[in-house]
Structures are given as C-alpha cells and as structure tokens.
Design a protein around this ligand. Structure first.
Ligand SMILES: Nc1ncnc2c1ncn2[C@@H]1O[C@H](COP(=O)(O)OP(=O)(O)OP(=O)(O)O)[C@@H](O)[C@H]1O
Length: 229
C-alpha cells in the first residue's frame, strides 16, 4: 500500500436521517487531489471525513493506513485541516502562541518547540508579527497563520477547504504556490476555483452527495461544465 493512500470504502454520512454523502468508495494516492462540484454537493463533508471532524455513518475511511474512527488521535496528528475562515482555527492570543499550541503533546522539549515555532514563523513571513494579537491580523495574515500552525506539527496530509476564498490576489497566489508547488505533503483541495483544480493531479466531482466523476482534472472539469451548459 502506498504511504499516502486514502481509501473510502462505502462511506456514507447522514444527518438526522438525511443522506448528505452516499456510498463513496475511492482510492487515491496522488499528491494533489482537487474536489469540485456544486454548492451543497457534499465536498466539505467528504473533506471533514478525512480527519474525523465528521464520522461516517456507514462504511470506513482510511488515511495513510489509519482508520479515521478507531485511530482518531493518531490521525489528527497526521492530517492538518485549513478552513476558508481562519478565525475558526485561531485559538491562542498571539501569533507565536497559536503556532506553539499545535506542538502541545508533541513530546518535544521546550527549546525544540520554540525553535520549530521560530522556523515556521520565518518560513511564512510571520516572524515580525510573533507577539501580535492573532485576532487583529488581516484576513490574509490569519490564513498564513493557520497554514503555519497546521504545518509546524508535520502532518502528512493537508486538507484545505476553500483556502483562498477570503484572500486578495497576492495572498491567494501565495497560498496557491505554497499548497500546489512548494509543499511536499499530500493535499486535498476543496475548491470552486476551477483554475486551481486544473493544476491538481486528479479531480473528484461530487453532485447530490455522490461521487460522480474522478479523473484527469481538465477532463473532469470539462464534463462538469458540459453538465451545466
Ligand atoms: N452538520 C450538518 N447537519 C445537517 N446537514 C448538514 C450538516 N453539514 C452539512 N450538511 C448538509 O449536507 C449537504 C452537503 O454539505 P457540504 O458542506 O458537504 O457541501 P459542499 O459541497 O461543501 O457545499 P459548498 O460548495 O456550498 O460549500 C448540504 O445540504 C448541507 O446542508
């Protein structure tokens, strides 16, 4: 089995008896995986299954060899999640404290943690803001902070749900470059931006809670556009 294999086997989710994701079975080991489809089609639900923010009501989901329900604790260390609204994931008062919070329970000593935080802040251009109140950052800076806080703990998969939605053109390009070109980790990118999806290695398309297409991104996108032409 490939080190970065994601396996959905008959996974389904329903909320209060309403099926929002039905019987998804798929195996993926590409580095960059785009998830596209109409509003309310189940994309975020699919993404949230990857780090057990949502649990399957039927079937199983395995990420890099870990069962998302039975091995949730280990899974959460290996899967980082970036939301479109960074306010949802900023926890601590200052920038450096927020990044350091990700390393709690990492088993590293204080000096090693401080060094890792400093390296990460440098990498994302946040070093000068280390003592700034996190909630006062701009939207773009907050998004960089949440990316920094996710990556400092060394996940092997990054799930990003519309990570460029609130960003201006410059920060959006910066986020795109990092996620698609520079980052080594596997990426699952939920997006309505078909240009970004086209840059991935494979695309999945959801409609009405079902996985309806999977393949080379330009072909999946062309069929998506045809369906609504
Ligand atoms: N916690 C919940 N309780 C009830 N229904 C939910 C819950 N979360 C999602 N849903 C419903 O599940 C369906 C799929 O939602 P999901 O967020 O996965 O769609 P999406 O494809 O990501 O949509 P969008 O492109 O609009 O973000 C929607 O009809 C939504 O209302």
């Amino acid at each position: 089995m490939s080190e970065r294999e994601i396996v959905f086997d008959g996974a389904a989710v329903d909320f209060g008896g309403v099926a929002v994701l039905a019987n998804v079975s798929v195996r993926l080991d590409e580095r960059r995986i785009a998830v596209i489809g109409s509003n309310g089609s189940g994309k975020s639900t699919f993404a949230r299954l990857l780090n057990a923010l949502t649990r399957p009501t039927a079937g199983t989901v395995r990420v890099h060899g870990l069962d998302t329900v039975r091995q949730q604790k280990e899974l959460r260390r290996r899967v980082g999640f970036i939301f479109s609204n960074p306010d949802a994931q900023i926890i601590m008062p200052t920038v450096a404290e927020d990044v350091a919070y990700s390393l709690r329970g990492s088993g590293l000593g204080k000096p090693e943690r401080a060094a890792k935080v400093e390296d990460a802040l440098q990498q994302f251009g946040l070093a000068e803001l280390r003592d700034a109140p996190a909630h006062l950052l701009s939207g773009g800076q907050k998004q960089l902070l949440s990316l920094c806080a996710v990556l400092v703990s060394g996940p092997s998969l990054v799930v990003a749900d519309e990570p460029t939605a609130l960003l201006d053109a410059v920060n959006s390009r910066r986020m795109e470059r990092f996620l698609l070109d520079e980052m080594e980790q596997q990426l699952v990118l939920v997006t309505h931006d078909l240009r970004l999806a086209a840059r991935c290695d494979v695309a999945l398309r959801f409609e009405g809670g079902a996985l309806v297409d999977r393949g080379e991104p330009s072909e999946v996108i062309a069929r998506y556009e045809e369906a609504f032409a």
